[in-house]
Design a protein around this ligand. Structure first.
Ligand code: NAD
Length: 292
């Protein structure tokens, strides 16, 4: 059996095309989708992520508004910036770049974002609605992993699905999405005993541990669909003087590829779809307001 490679780049391109069409329709109706991103301080990774977001948003017809706050911004000033965006009816979606410098609390600031504009799906209201099987803005990475899974055409009803990881933005919302699709879900984590005993039962295995190469052939049953969310930076070679880094997943791809029915690569799997999901959530948010 040879696995079907799930092409995240192609899926992301398809998602962006759909988003661009929906954004164009919104514009025709005089309602331009706007994604506002709040960035505090001088974190260079966040600055580069913001530049890349602006480019992606622009390409699909979403206006990107970056609100840059200086290092030394107080909690009440940061809260005010979020509340101003909440109150601005032109703004469709809001996201906060992490990390934020001390004494700011990224989690607390995220919880201030109005649920209808919480396009990263990180607020309690959206997670609660998702848990209740209601319409919600789903955390982008969970939505992306689920879209990769659905792209195989698999009917999840009654399937044994195992999720490794229980974080609020990836593992937990993924388990909720699988439950809503009628799968039987097992959630594993660092305290799980005998990981292979669980993973070998999986017809669908989603790995979001952030542990490079955690899952090998001994964890996977033939014919399973494997989604690797893990994104780990490791040295590109074993040579002691080697400083080059590369990105690998939580799954030992070369071992699992031959036995899986379908599998996402890292890079080029869930990652590119995650970026597209933020844009998709932004047009979702804009459409919901237009419907009201
Ligand atoms: P996290 O550290 O918040 O959570 C990791 C989870 O995995 C925890 O619940 C932990 O219990 C579990 N875990 C860790 N090691 C384990 C082990 N050895 N056995 C069983 N369970 C284990 O991380 P996160 O934010 O959920 O992210 C998970 C991974 O997904 C990371 O590699 C992260 O870089 C990646 N990620 C990718 C994208 C993307 O766009 N592709 C986006 C976000 C996160």
């Amino acid at each position: 059996m040879t696995a079907k490679l799930i092409d995240g780049k192609a899926l992301a391109a398809e998602t962006r095309e759909q988003v661009a069409r929906r954004a164009a329709t919104l514009r025709e109706r005089g309602r331009s989708p706007i994604l506002a991103a709040v960035r505090v301080g001088d974190d260079s990774a966040a600055a580069s992520y913001a530049r890349s977001q602006a480019k992606h948003a622009d390409a699909v017809g979403i206006d990107y508004r970056l609100v840059e706050l200086p290092e030394g911004t107080t909690p009440s000033e940061a809260a005010r910036a979020v509340e101003e965006l909440n109150a601005d009816s032109a703004v469709s979606g809001i996201m906060l770049h992490l990390p934020v410098p001390k004494p700011l609390d990224g989690f607390a600031l995220q919880q201030l974002i109005a649920p209808g504009k919480d396009v990263e799906g990180v607020g309690a209201a959206n997670l609660g609605m998702l848990a209740m099987g209601r319409e919600a803005l789903v955390p982008c990475t969970a939505a992306a992993a689920f879209a990769c899974l659905k792209s195989t055409g698999i009917d999840l009803t009654g399937r044994e699905a195992v999720v490794i990881g229980r974080s609020t933005i990836v593992g937990k919302p993924l388990a909720m999405l699988l439950l809503a699709a009628h799968a039987t879900v097992t959630q594993c984590h660092t305290r799980t005993r005998d990981l292979p005993q669980h993973t070998c039962r999986a017809e669908v295995l989603i790995v979001s541990a952030g542990a490079a190469g955690l899952i090998g052939a001994e964890h996977v049953s033939p014919g399973a669909v494997v989604i690797d969310v893990g994104t780990n930076r490791v040295p590109a070679s074993d040579a002691p003087d080697e400083t080059k880094m590369k990105t690998i997943g939580d799954v030992r791809f070369d071992e699992v590829f031959p036995i899986a029915e379908a599998i996402t690569p890292v890079p080029g799997g869930v990652g590119p779809v995650t970026v597209a999901m933020l844009l998709s959530n932004t047009v979702d948010a804009c459409e919901r307001v237009s419907r009201d």
